[in-house]
Design a protein around this ligand. Sequence first.
Ligand SMILES: [Zn+2]
Ligand SMILES: [Zn+2]
Length: 343
Amino acid sequence: MKALVKTGRAPGAELLDVDIPTIGATDVLIRVKAAAICGTDIHIYHWTPFAQARLKPPLIFGHEACGEVVAVGDQVTTPKLGDLVAVETHIPCGQCYQCQTGAQHICERMAIIGVHTDGAFAEYARIPAVCCWRLSKDTPADLGAILEPLGVAVHGALSGEINGKSVAVFGCGPIGLFCVGVVAALGATKVFALEPNPTRLAMAHRLAPQARLLNPAREDVVRAILEATEGRGVDVSLEVSGSTEATKMAFQVLRRGGRVSLIGMPSAPVELDTPEDIIYKEATVLGCTGRIMWQTWWQMQYLLESGRFDPMPVITHRFPLADFSSALELAAGGETGKVLLYP
Ligand SMILES: [Zn+2]
Ligand SMILES: [Zn+2]
């Protein structure tokens, strides 16, 4: 099969002919129909310190995927042959304290598909059955491929109340765009979308026309949000950008008693004014990672079935797997929504 392989400890990747993976008793083999590029994949391709610390090449990367089950291991009862599935990236150990107490998504021995095990930028992928979310047969493969990142947004947004709340979303990359759409769909009454890139701000507008768009490169966004909330600040800040400046602002625009959910990965430590930003405000500060297995997936399914939110406009580019370098460079450029690859 064709597979995109990180062959060495250096920037780049190679499209190679490799054997179709063999599966174990608790795995399934999927024929990949669509796979989406994640920030992690860009780290791997560019061989950043983030990737250097985690990856042991050679490795097939890619983890946001949708495919058809074409083989199942001896002990697998679901999914079944022919099922269409979306991939949950996190492989829980099933044994640790968190796994045994309903928090598999923060497993102590978490392995990540496409980072620690071969991934889905390939014609076929070996996926543990425990990481498969079954989809109805008529689900578009493109939608299946973006459920994993959409789940990050849903988990972050629903880590507290949204309905009837004022919400500021910091960063409108793909996950931030999902957040803007999700909180608007779930009844946030005042939504602020913050993003320095005008193309992405325009995308936020298309997903949630009621959102107020704020560009931190052009205006004092903290002041704008405080003015729009009688000086109080917002009920909820969702920090999705990973920018240290934005993370500080997420606290500065928060009302007393509000909630900050931190979703984006800061590239450097963030200095907060702990008394002002957290203690006197009695701020609730939550870290949000991945998706709750499987609560977040159910929430997503019901949200999509409700017709209140269509995440598909977040997909802006599609490439055959052979054009991986153009696709990855474009995705790295920061002007796109989700970029999809087709093996
Ligand atoms: Zn991802
Ligand atoms: Zn575990």
